[in-house]
Write a protein that binds this ligand. Sequence first.
Ligand code: ZN
Length: 258
Amino acid sequence: MSRASPEIIHTIALAADLIKKSHRTVSLTGAGISTPSGIPDFRSPQVGLWTRYEPMEVASLTAFRHNPEQFYNWLHPMAIQMHTAQPNPAHQALARLQNRGFLSVIITQNIDGLHARAGATDVVEVHGTLDTMTCTNCYQQYPSSLFIEDYIDHCIIPTCQKCGSILKPDVILYDEQLPRKSWLKAEEACKHCEVILVAGSSLEVMPAAKLPIEALKNGARLIIVNNSETYLDCRAEVVIHADVAEILPQIADEVLNG
Ligand SMILES: [Zn+2]
């Protein structure tokens, strides 16, 4: 870990102070919180999944229904990474804050389940999750853990134990609506918070990237911790451009012990 500059230490203290004084803080997290766990940002040009594949042709609901084998082939490398990934200090810091009552809801754009694995108890997954799957015919839901080894090791496509139809991971595909219940909960949480902590999201993927606006409209204060700039940096009270796995634990320590 690099030695933090006095300026960073000061902004960490400011962020912690906002969280300590707030009666209701929510967090919005994105791909950047899982990159320290070895899960690449699949939208980034370096990873190239979207340049090698046209998302609508493999990762849309239409494509899934038309050609599930192609979808499962495309998903395979991501599924391996997400299956083996472990929560990092950033996930753990948010879980600590939540378990000690300093953070109400964690809203995430990620589908990797790492917040829950870090011990977070109230997580809203607005893009769905890879942890469960649903039958495309009878809608029976299953934990993905029942099928993951066969799929990862032998590329066996998961099928329903009741009717034999193909299962679809409960992630939101490109031409699918966001899950209504989760989305409403995320919006409500943002409308009623006093502080919103954006962590590891570049705020580029709509509509989730608009959620902090709901909070700002209602007078909430905004903290952003992200490697790169976002369109809301100018409206944030505290902006820290650094690795979330380095900064969030320091904010949590300051809130809990400072
Ligand atoms: Zn079924």
